[in-house]
Write a protein that binds this ligand. Structure first.
Ligand SMILES: Nc1nc2c(ncn2[C@@H]2O[C@H](COP(=O)(O)OP(=O)(O)OP(=O)(O)O)[C@@H](O)[C@H]2O)c(=O)[nH]1
Length: 254
């Protein structure tokens, strides 16, 4: 036995996220009218996300960053194209969802682990770093503290993750009004450059760059698997730069 739920190598999360049913996310996310006053646990949710379908590549992607930066919202936007607005319910422990994406002719299954940003869950989440192929590290552009903590997060990554893990830094909530913004895009770019990681600003609210972040990860991991990575035929930092520039240019001309 590999300890997986369905024999596919996927482990049951050790802790559960206390959230309303996935299907109720859109508008009732924050109403606490659960049966017996208790929200359902992940183990009670439909396991439709765990499939036995064959994929050419399976990638484990972890979402990291301070509590409240928008990790769960980013995942929900990518997987279900929805936004969880309203009061914020913190993740407890760790949870995962799958999404299959096509990269050219390759079927890539992204197994996305959503971690709790709160300090008290760190020892739980550290145990998962070493299995991750890619890490999406988020800060909130309206929260300077979450940005200042990025160096500490990078330190933890260095300590617990594989040396060759793909890291992408995301400045989330870029839809926010300029009066609310506390971190300039250039500051995000600078810290990413200093640490040789890809960077972009995202919005789980509007969907800006959300798909691109995950697809760029999938492309990079596919390139590595095919052995094309070392020959520099694909570079995730370059790819992200090109794609975000393209998006900026087309929004300028439209
Ligand atoms: N304006 C705006 N708000 C966002 C965005 N993403 C998330 N939020 C809000 O930020 C709050 C926190 O979002 P979550 O996704 O729950 O944060 P998290 O990082 O998963 O937090 P933990 O589970 O505690 O680690 C919620 O109230 C969201 O509605 C975004 O892109 N734009």
């Amino acid at each position: 036995m590999d300890g997986s739920v369905d024999g596919s190598g996927e482990r049951e999360p050790v802790a559960r996220k206390i959230i309303p049913q996935w299907s109720q996310y859109s508008h009732q996310h924050h109403t606490h009218n659960y049966q017996n006053g208790e929200p359902p646990m992940v183990s009670q949710l439909p396991r439709h996300s765990i499939t036995t379908e064959t994929c050419d590549l399976v990638c484990k992607v972890m979402l990291l960053g301070d509590s409240g930066v928008g990790k769960t919202c980013l995942l929900v936007r990518f997987r279900d194209n929805m936004f969880l607005s309203g009061n914020f319910i913190s993740t407890v422990g760790i949870d995962f969802r799958n999404k299959v994406v096509m990269v050219d002719d390759t079927k890539v299954k992204l197994q996305i682990w959503d971690t709790a940003g709160q300090e008290r869950f760190r020892s739980v989440t550290h145990a998962y770093y070493r299995d991750a192929h890619a890490l999406l590290l988020l800060y909130d552009v309206t929260n300077k503290n979450s940005f200042d903590n990025i160096r500490a997060w990078l330190g933890e990554i260095k300590e617990y993750a594989q040396d060759d893990v793909v890291i992408m830094l995301l400045g989330n909530k870029c839809d926010s009004q300029s009066s609310e913004r506390m971190v300039r895009r250039e500051d995000g770019e600078r810290i990413a450059r200093e640490n040789t990681v890809a960077f972009m600003e995202t919005s789980a609210k509007t969907g800006q760059n959300v798909e691109l972040a995950f697809i760029a990860i999938a492309r990079e991991l596919k390139a590595r698997k095919n052995g094309t990575h070392n020959r520099s035929s694909f570079n995730v930092q370059e790819y992200v730069r090109e794609q975000t520039q393209k998006a900026t240019c087309s929004s300028c001309t439209s």
